[in-house]
Design a protein around this ligand. Sequence first.
Ligand code: ZN
Length: 496
Amino acid sequence: MKGMEGTPSLAGPDLQVRSFLSSLGGVDPEGMTEPERVAAVSALEALKGAAAAAQARLTAAAVVDREALGEDSRSVRADIALARKCSPTLADQHVGVAKALVSEMPETMAALTRGELSERRAGILVRETACLSAEHRAEVDKQLAATMTSLGDKALAGAARRAGAALDAESLAERNRRAVASRRMSVRPAVDGMAWLSILGPMKDVIGAHVALTAEEARRHVIDPTLSPQAWAAAAAAAEADTRGKGAWLADRALELLSGRAKDQPQPVEVNLVMTDKVLLPAAFDGQTPDDDVAVIPGWGPIPGEEARTHIADLLDSQTQTWIRRLFTDPTGRDLVALDSQRRRFQGGLRKFLQLRDPTCRVPWCDAPAIEGDHVQPVHDGGGTTGANAGGLCKRHNQIKEEVGWYFAVRSTGLDGTGPHGIRIQTPTGRVHDSTAPPILGEGWIAPSLEDEPVPDAWMLDAEIHEMPLPEDPWGGWIPDPPDDFGLNAENPWAA
Ligand SMILES: [Zn+2]
């Protein structure tokens, strides 16, 4: 999500820091000797630590003052997240570290302030002492004062853990218990159309699963001697034909077990692929694949057009029910303006529209999946249930938006061809951030030249493709269904 910010004019540290910041732009390596350059790098490293210390003092004060009034600090933490250009989850970690440093770890805080410790190292000390009482934490802080600035990351973490365990053996057991409670599974995109699936679990369970899988891999070329000769020959031929490496086999098998499908069986869950007609059907455009032969999985990223076509062909070949929905963009191709008018029976058109337009939370830097549809202008203030007045928000920002002092307003509908959908957000401290909907074909998309656009021979997929109702999706509680003619005023280029 792209974000811009505005800053209310402030005096004091804010102004001083900004003038110092602009002076750093004048640091010029030309004419400096190597010792001078290295010395300057070192001095700037110290500056980063000292800046982190100042941020920690300011952050802790902002949150503690709010809490002292008996109020929820959620709103100020969200404001800090925007100020630090990070997700609210990461901001929570910053707040936790700041409070610990300011109130419980004076030696660590002092080393950070002197620029002798980096923000990351201070974070390590806070994390490794998180299960200790304030008293014990202060004791570890004191014990490590002399060495904390000279140890490497791992040694520092180990030293804090050992010192903590010596004071309070129960804390070590508590750490392990807490760690078990934090077991989880996550998916994140990797390069080249791949993705990582990670499982964090108790060591014995994770190793047990890994051992079971590798044992199965070791047996994969062993053929059951009790099979009939025919079955044995078939199994032997299949084993010989399987030339996958160990890593590839393990990955395939793990995914088979997790998804409950056999190798090469298409994934039956809904995966949205967004691509242009030229990427989908090069045959309809003189057989030429376009220069930007790329499809996008909303919220995830690009995959090569060839891979997307193969995936769709596999789905069709395997009789898997597949549907293709036409999306209409503005003339530049950047912004989604409507969905296919031929799907009138589908009741969740607006929901789908927003899921595609706002795959992730619209608050800048949040990155969390958008799971709640929000009326930017609330219904009780006359806000309509329309694509223009809707914004996809994560659960947390949807709640924060209701807090006192937060204002959201639509700056651009994204439907009138004048530019992307825009929302302006003002935080309780008066800072202004603009949120722009990402291009429908993904961030990084480059506007093509509008000249020489080929026209398709015919739109021919509808007859070939089965339609199926959408599966139950996680966007329950979305804004109500739109009127039947919602968003259908866009000119249908295939209608003629
Ligand atoms: Zn969010």
